[in-house]
Design a protein around this ligand. Sequence first.
Ligand SMILES: [Cu+2]
Length: 385
Amino acid sequence: MKKWRGLLGACALLVGNVAFAQVQDMPGGPRVNQLNLHEGVTQIARDVVWLHWMMLTICIVIFVGVFGVMFYSMWAHRKSRGHKPATFHEHLGVEVAWTVVPFLIVIAMALPATKTVVAMKDTSSPDLTIKVTGYQWKWGYEYLDGEAAGLKYLSTLSTPRAQIENREPKGEFYLMEVDKPMVVPVGKKVRVVLTAGDVIHSWMVPELGVKQDAIPGFLRDTWFNADKVGTYRGQCAELCGKDHAFMPIVVDVLSQADFDKWAGEQKKLLAAEADDPNKEWTGPDLIARGEKVFAANCVACHQANGKGIPGSFPPLDGDKVVLGPKAGQINTVLKGKPGTAMAAFGGQLNDTEIAAVITYTRNAWSNEGKGEDPVVQPKDVAAAR
Ligand SMILES: [Cu+2]
């Protein structure tokens, strides 16, 4: 016995050291060895936790009660002790009892659960509405009203590829960090309207008690009202393709004053950054801009070296569309390629971004100086829309 205990201890120590040595609790995200649900910072999230434990407790009581009586009966009334089977077959009292009692238990569980589900679906009179669009593999946020009305941006994974490919040690927020989080004010009812641009995704943030599918061609909505300032993290919860695990969700809950400040700054930034679609760019400027667009939108499939992933995603290095007339490539990027994983980027990227990324691919790797139309201007993209 002592020997076994020692061995078990050694195993636990080993597992602990190997698997969890550098991993720490993630604020707003999962904790190390987390067994319970998130406590949550919304009433809905707390209700869900309470319902979970209430039902689990009822189930355990029933389990222990039913199996206790069963095993006691089998043991205490076994044939070798000379017991004869009882004959209460079709006993009215028993029949009524085992119909009525479970019925009452189900009602006791269904009533509070229904109340919470109804509350979850009640998206009426929000303080703020944000449209969320799921894309392979990122989220688009658009503020429909409030201080930040008109703001629209994409939120993409910011974990460096080097960490994903094990060329660097993994960071504290590995695969749970984004370049631009959703930002909302504390203590306000935020209505989230969801749809998707390609396949079904699901917007899930456990601390907010929110999980709602984003379905192409449909609008679904949900809401949350966070009562604590902080950063909360979630993930896409509907298997949506190759990089399903690479489209996390980060929600920054700020005080109203900080939120207003953020909204003002973002709007100023947006105005300063706004692309003039009529501007004539120089080749090198377009290439520099396009490299960034490529890193945020294309690199997951086509890879940084332009070689793609053999069998799944074609190389852009030496590709005949990339080296051919510009019209063909503009059309592919704008509208996607039906029947393949190539998504339509016309709805996500503006004319300048598309012109820049196309120009980048035409001048990167071994493509430089090889193809036709090395520079594509925003107006070429506008004309092809
Ligand atoms: Cu997804």
